[in-house]
Design a protein around this ligand. Sequence first.
Ligand code: S3P
Length: 460
Amino acid sequence: MASLKSKKLKSIPAEITVPGDKSISHRSAMFAGMAKGTTVIDGFLPSEDCLCTVHAMQALGATMEPLEEVPGIGLVKLAITGNGMKLKAPEKPVDCGNSGTTIRLLSGILAGQDFKTELFGDESLSRRPMKRVADPLGQMGAKITGQGEKICAPLTVDGGSLKPIYYKLPVASAQVKSAVLLAGLFAPGKTTVVEPVPTRNHTERLFSHFGIKWLREDDCVSVYGGQEPRATDIIVPGDISSAAFWMVAAAATPGAQITLKNVGLNPTRTGIITVLLRMGAQVSSSETHSDGEPRGNIVVKGGDLNATVIGGAEIPNVIDELPILAVAAALARGKTLIRDASELRVKETDRIAAVAGHLRAMGVTVTEHPDGMEIEGGAKLQGATLPSFGDHRIAMAFLVAGMFAEGTTTLEGSECIATSYPGFERHLDLFLNGDTGDRPIPVMSDIPQQLAAKLSQKAP
Ligand code: S3P
């Protein structure tokens, strides 16, 4: 088992370029794999999760050509060639690794295929509820079977001809919304998903990018079946959920300033900026590109942070940032309340229990609630040895917490970070040891293109 150590931070680097957005990378690979022709995806996130999606699309008949590899990060530019929406039955069960997005969105695509597919994942993924996609896809006419009441992986998706549905999401989930909308492409007529509160809209934006017509009316998102994505090259912005770790590190350091470059600024994802502003940090963003997925730079200036309340409709917008926002709360003056966030209990691990336990181990007073927690800010943090629970965001959040603690913080099981942030360790090193100039910093846009011949072997 790998571990990483953190200690009091030495300096805040002036700039960081984080790798590509996970949600958009997954979806780009799926759409490209369903489009006839070749789509070049630039800024792709070569994390374990997203590579699972690429391998899955290859197993379903798409081909992939690697175009550019960045040392220490991986394949950031690739071409995917699909043969249209009628996919090929895979020869063996498809491995979704740790990735909820892969298994749930793929279930939507497979629901419309006239073959049976088995989908499996790691221990953490196999504990997560898939009933939330099995139910609506079942109403559309697919048969999805899994383990136990929660219909956990391994799953069998028995697809076929689908009928459109009008589906009210019981939980605010972009993954479920996307699974239903993707299945809707295979159903004649109008498939509608009603969202209790808005969730990330990358699927909808990619529909537009790939030439698929869809509509939003109030809280309803609809798509008409029978449309096929048109191969169209795409640029993936940096992942604001990865930038969030460094945004908090800078925000909690008086006098610090950092620029996060080329980050996705989709308003359904920028809740972290709103929350940090409310906590008293100085945060500004400037859009450099506003077509498709907006992207640009975020500048954070550090200062004394104040407690806040995070809840309600804001939760889906910051759902992946709540572990690092909980760390920010521990560093702020006053008591922060996180509520309406029971979804955290069904992420890669139970993130309410994990965050509360780890903050307590570092000397913070935390009261756990079924849907969140109260965090007493301002205690002196003590270094601790903490398990990752196989959850990348828990690992990264507490390595950042370690930058504000006395002594050393050891994060055990740090290999899970590769599921979303290849290159994290090098970026962490910049904070812990300063930029001595002798360690290359992987900045995607600065690295000349190179054909990654060694990656051209077929995926498993
Ligand atoms: C994601 C949606 C969110 C998020 C996950 C990625 C997506 O999950 O937590 O990391 O790409 O659609 P839910 O849809 O389960 O809320």
